[in-house]
Design a binder for this molecule. Structure first.
Ligand code: MG
Length: 411
């Protein structure tokens, strides 16, 4: 929670996401790799928008990543205020300048800019508040952390270094520099333009560029948890921290029934399946998605599908039921939660579900943003007994496992 009610309505972030992240390995740039159910980029954008409600975010992306970016941000809640992404440059410095220029074109009213590498996904409210306060006071504030380890200098790479190749370096007075780095917007934009005009393109952070141009930078206490994800080990550490925080594990169940009626197809789990009957209902009568919606709402104790989408409301007549699921997913995400697992059961004599199982899992994965490996769909008959046995209707049940942040549990 914000310790003071800071105002971020004149703040904007440059979210630098244009790098290739070669050190992490794999086919995807690191900002698009998934950890704890979301991409690194999503975690970062959520963290900074939670830490600075009301702030705008200017993403800077690699031109080749447009589709990856669009897919990632489509899953974000409306509380994340994104400006249209702009393409980055050849170096980090060039990418930041591209972001600053895009902000000048789009919303020149912002007084404070926080320049942040999206590979840092644990960004606390307190850190952002202190940075913004520092930048308001002095024009430039950056987070630094003391280095607890002894330090050595060695020119050769570790794998090739002979014995005796390194020597100790005193660590007194040395600090590691983090992002976000906060600046008065016009001053840092002018500094960047000055550096580019002078032929400099390789400043590795904005504080060193700012100082080169004559600005004075204030250091404030950073956060040891605000580590940059660079190696597979860093990604694993970030995953552990995210899961450790998402420790309030909740389970919700849902159940739904629809009657068969004359027709030639049914909707099951968002998939249209040809059948000798249809299902009767106000919406598309997709019992699986209705049970799933109720399971998600149950896990966060937020009513049921009828509360949020009353059958008496004509706007839901014939509605595709993925709308209900997407709304429930948004409610989970608005709480900072993650859907850990979905397990669904369909009860009917026909149609057969098996041939459509993976299509249904894929459809639910698309509408929830949950990996397909975390979605189970099972089918059974009722051995000819009861209304499902008499082929009068179909029943579906769902169990959703949701992880919410510990901060949520303390509310
Ligand atoms: Mg229903």
């Amino acid at each position: 929670m914000n310790s003071i009610s800071a105002d971020f309505s004149d703040c904007v972030f440059v979210a630098v996401a244009a790098g290739r992240g070669a050190r992490l390995g794999g086919d995807l740039p690191k900002q698009y790799q998934r950890v704890a159910g979301r991409t690194v980029l999503e975690h970062c954008l959520l963290a900074i928008s939670r830490a600075a409600p009301g702030a705008l975010i200017q993403p800077v992306i690699h031109a080749a990543d447009r589709a990856l970016f669009a897919a990632a941000v489509a899953r974000l809640p409306a509380s994340v205020h994104l400006l249209e992404a702009c393409p980055g440059g050849a170096t980090r410095q060039d990418s930041v300048l591209a972001g600053l220029k895009a902000i000048r074109e789009r919303d020149n009213s912002r007084k404070i800019v926080l320049i942040h590498d999206v590979a840092r996904i644990i960004v606390s409210n307190r850190l952002v508040e202190n940075l913004v306060a520092g930048a308001r006071e002095t024009g430039a504030a950056i987070p630094v952390v003391a280095i607890p380890d002894s330090l050595r200098r060695q020119e050769a790479p570790l794998t090739q270094a002979p014995a005796g190749a390194s020597r100790p370096v005193p660590r007194d007075g040395l600090y590691a520099v983090q992002t976000p780095q906060a600046f008065a917007f016009p001053a840092i934009l002018a500094a960047h333009e000055q550096a580019a005009a002078a032929g400099h393109h390789d400043f590795t952070d904005d504080a060193s560029l700012a100082e080169w141009s004559g600005l004075v930078v204030k250091t404030i206490s950073g956060d040891p948890l605000n580590r940059k994800i660079t190696t597979p080990g860093d990604l694993h550490m970030a995953e552990l921290m995210l899961f450790a925080n998402l420790a309030d594990v909740r389970t919700g169940s849902g159940y739904d029934v629809h009657a068969f009626c004359p027709g030639d197809h049914v909707w099951i789990g968002g998939v249209r399946i040809p059948h000798v009957q249809a299902l009767e209902g106000h919406s598309d009568a997709d019992a699986v998605l209705h049970a799933l919606t109720d399971a998600l709402l149950g896990a966060i104790a937020d009513g049921d599908i009828g509360v949020h989408f009353p059958p008496s409301d004509p706007q839901w007549k014939g509605a595709p039921s993925h709308l209900f699921v997407r709304d429930a997913v948004r409610r989970v995400q608005a709480r900072g939660g993650m859907i850990a697992h979905l397990d669904l059961t369909v009860v009917c004599e026909a149609p057969r579900i098996g041939p459509h199982r993976d299509a249904i899992r894929a459809a639910i994965s698309e509408m929830t943003g949950v990996e397909i490996e975390r979605i189970s769909i099972k089918a059974t008959t009722s051995e000819g007994l009861g209304f499902t046995g008499r082929r009068e209707g179909m029943a579906a049940s769902a169990i959703a496992t949701v992880r919410l942040p510990l901060a949520e549990a303390r509310k």
